[in-house]
Design a protein around this ligand. Structure first.
Ligand code: GDP
Ligand code: MG
Length: 370
């Protein structure tokens, strides 16, 4: 913040506040001792005393979601894509998510019990893919509205026996607004009445043109029920991911987004975090939304305890003071004191914002009555 009160400025300059007030008066500014001075007034006074004001670029860490992550290219390494499945109701989103999960997760992690933590990872040809478990546009738009872009690729599920429906169009619009590439999954190919050509025809209207028709959209014909075509879909995801050159620096303090959170009777606040850059470790002091804490335990999507989580990995953590909200951003800080300070400042700011909204509302009410 570039502002100081008269008293603070006086102290910095080693002068009496009354002297500053007098000077301001001479400059045509009426000020009291606790008044905030703007940058211009501060500069004016300082130059009057022959003091140069150094422009200090202070990064406001309480607003850490606005800090742009700048990493040197050599620090960046490939990271798994984060995929969201969208589409019209009953077109098979949940069935597809389950089919992918069961065809890949359980066979690899023998003995691992799949946990629903809101996201999961599968390994295909030695490469990982992260799937967000909440299909549906609401989760996607809520997160985007909160400034969190967690999805790299959208899988648009369209039932081959039903074609393009209102929520199909909605999903296309969301993905386009977020500038996220779309892979079309024509589902329910096992049904006798399946008509993939009709789906492709209908999607042309939305500029989703298959490669075989001269376009650049990848279409996969599959059946979430029989699992036919799922392997090809996963390979296409990896292909798109490669073209997108998704990268992150694993060697920095972790930053990312809350996928879901709840209060657990035994464990207290529990949150699934998607690490987007850096590596999250046990013991890390962390600010999550308006709450904070220290990462006490981390569990992956197979219910296994892990010590760290790198870019694009979802983990469920405990150790927070409060339950954050889906879409909240998180960031690791150097020590617990700092995390606490930032967390409390953010909570305070949110409270003030809520109050000012309330005041505005009640003023409006008042004027309405008049
Ligand atoms: P969602 O609303 O998009 O999540 O759709 P669901 O996954 O709940 O699927 C809706 C219905 O379609 C369920 O009865 C599924 O069993 C069925 N279904 C999903 N995928 C397929 C498929 O590939 N083939 C057939 N025949 N039925 C499917
Ligand atoms: Mg569903």
């Amino acid at each position: 913040e570039g502002s100081l009160t008269v008293a603070e400025l006086a102290k910095k300059l080693g002068r009496e506040p009354s002297e500053i007030i007098k000077k301001l008066f001479m400059l045509g500014v009426m000020a009291t001792i606790n008044q905030d001075l703007d940058k211009d007034a501060i500069e004016l006074i300082c130059s009057d005393y022959g003091v140069e004001v150094e422009e200090k670029v202070t990064i406001d860490e309480t607003n850490f979601e606005t800090i742009e992550i700048v990493d040197a290219p050599e620090d960046l390494t490939e990271r798994p894509p984060v995929v969201t499945i969208m589409g019209h109701v009953d077109h098979g989103k949940t069935t597809l998510l389950d089919a992918i999960r069961h065809s890949k997760v359980t066979e690899q992690e023998a003995g691992g019990i799949t946990q629903h933590i809101g996201a999961y990872q599968v390994t295909v040809n030695g490469k990982k893919i992260t799937f967000l478990d909440t299909p549906g546009h609401e989760a996607f738009t809520t997160m985007r509205a909160r400034g969190a872009q967690v999805t790299d690729i959208v899988i648009l599920v369209v039932a081959a026996d039903d074609g393009v429906m209102p929520q199909t169009v909605e999903a296309i619009n969301h993905a386009k607004a977020a500038n996220v590439p779309i892979i079309v999954a024509i589902n329910k190919m096992d049904k006798p009445e399946a008509n993939p050509d009709r789906v492709m025809q209908e999607l042309m209207e939305y500029n989703l043109v298959p490669e075989e028709w001269g376009g650049d959209t990848i279409f996969c014909k599959l059946s979430a029920k029989t699992k036919d075509g799922i392997d090809q879909l996963l390979e296409m995801i990896l292909l798109v991911s490669e073209m997108e050159e998704l990268k992150a620096n694993p060697n920095r303090r972790a930053i990312g987004t809350v996928i879901e959170a709840k209060l657990d009777k035994g464990r207290g606040p529990v949150a699934t975090l998607l690490v987007q850059a850096g590596t999250l470790k046990i013991g890390d002091p962390i600010v999550v939304g308006t709450t904070y804490g220290r990462v006490r335990a981390m569990v992956n999507d197979s219910g296994r305890r892990v010590k760290e989580a790198g870019p694009s990995m979802p983990v469920e953590i405990t150790g927070l003071h409060d339950v954050p909200q889906a879409g909240d951003r998180f960031m690791v800080f150097e020590d617990e004191k700092k995390a606490r300070q930032i967390g409390e400042a953010r909570a305070q700011r949110q409270l003030q914002e809520q109050r000012s909204v309330k005041t505005r509302v009640s003023l409006d009410d008042l004027f309405e009555q008049i």
